[in-house]
Every structure is written in structure tokens, then in C-alpha cells.
Ligand binder design. Sequence first.
Ligand code: ADP
Ligand code: ADP
Length: 229
Amino acid sequence: MSYIDVMNESKFYGEGDTQIAANDKVSFSIAENEFAIIVGPSGAGKSTLLNILGGMDTPDEGQILIDGTDIAQFNEKQLTNYRREDIGFIFQNYNLIPNLTTLENVEMAAELVDHPLNPEEVVEAVGLGHRINNFPAQLSGGEQQRVAIARALVKKPKLLLCDEPTGALDYQTGKQVLSLLYQSKELYNATVLVITHNRALTPMADRVIDISDAKVLTNEYNEHPTPIA
Ligand code: ADP
Ligand code: ADP
């Protein structure tokens, strides 16, 4: 058993002749403390899968075992709990609260859980000590994404789910954000899953899962992940 075992998961949209399988008998495993990338073109089914892994949506078929528990069987209350306690989310567009400072954004996330990390320490750890009292509009894109990472990490999540985390950033800044995510897995012992259409990112991952047209093509462990050039 791995930390994540997705078994024959399917998700359909629409009905009858126009029904679309967004995920079609998807199976893969990710070990605890791995940095995994799910890569595939637009429309492949990546976001559908990420939403299901994050407890924001439920599959039509199959099992989603997280640490041995099938979250596909969870009721709304269990899903809410799972999202709050176990998952850190990072999005392409940061989703920060504009009228709260860096520290306040992170503190708000810390309040959701019983045993958060110290918000100031996490802000320091992501390299934003000098922006701790600034508002999102005063920060660069790379800095805003660092706040979003701090906000996710302060909950000490077991699983960090990242939806195109570098999609809105220039190449160099994106590289720094990815390297911060990689460090996060090492510092905070999280399992990290990134979805992206950008194949250039895959050499840095411990595991690369290739999906296309709703199906998993390959799932490969990479013994020697290398920082992207
Ligand atoms: P990706 O993230 O790889 O771009 P998605 O998971 O967003 O792929 O979408 C996979 C397929 O499922 C697409 O063909 C899309 O049109 C369809 N789809 C996704 N979400 C919905 C939805 N809420 N309603 C209808 N169809 C959807
Ligand atoms: P990064 O490499 O993190 O994207 P930049 O070189 O773009 O950083 O930004 C350097 C500094 O300029 C940042 O510390 C930030 O305070 C300021 N800055 C950059 N972009 C903006 C912006 N759109 N609005 C306000 N301040 C900005």
C-alpha cells in the first residue's frame, strides 16, 4: 500500500450520447513524501483528478485510497474535515485575500487546524520575512505564490496539491517556486502533487504520471530527480 492508491477511478460529465469521461479507469500510486507530477495536455483530466484527490469532488467509480482510507466513500462532513486537516492547496492564481497582509493570510489558514506551525516562522521559511506586513497587491507574482505556499504549509498538511503553480509566472520565478515546493516536501515531510501541462518540469519530480485523453499512459519513478535548468 502506498500513501495514495487510485484504483480504477472514473468520472463522467453529461449524459447519454454526449457523455464525456474526464477520467477513465485511472489507476496509479504515489508513495509518502514523494514529489509527483501529473503531466498531460489541456483536457486530459488533470484538474478533475486533483479535485477528487483534494476531496472537492467525488468519482463516479473506483477507489481513492489515502493512507489506506477510501475517501470516495466519505460523506460531506468527512470530506470537509479531510480538506481542512490533511490537504494544502496551491493554485495558479494564488487566491490570496487582498485586504489581508502576508502574515494575516497565513494566520487565517493556521486557525483552521488544531496544531498549526508558527505563521511567522513559515513566512520566514518561504523567504518573505521582508514582506510580512505587505498586502498581496504590493507583491510580485513570485512573492504572492510564496504566500500561497506558506498558507498551505502552515497547516502542516500531509498532502500538498498544486494546480499549475507556475502557470502565471515567468520561467526563472517559476523555477524558484518549484524549488521551494521541493524543499517543502523535505522540510515539512509532505507528499507533493503538482499538475501541469508543462513537460519541461518533469525531470525535477520523484515520480511522473503521464495522462492523456482521460487515461494514465505511464507512471514512472525517477531515482535521480534533477533541478530544472
Ligand atoms: P485538464 O485539467 O487536464 O485540462 P479537466 O479535468 O479540466 O482537464 O477536463 C477533462 C475533461 O472533462 C474535458 O474534456 C472537460 O471538457 C471535461 N470537464 C471538466 N469539468 C467539467 C464540468 N464541470 N462539466 C462538464 N465537463 C467537464
Ligand atoms: P519576482 O522575481 O519574485 O517576480 P520581481 O523582480 O518581479 O520579483 O519584483 C521585485 C520587487 O518589485 C518585488 O519585491 C515587489 O515588491 C515589487 N513588484 C513587482 N511586481 C509588482 C507589482 N505588480 N506590483 C507591485 N509591486 C511589484
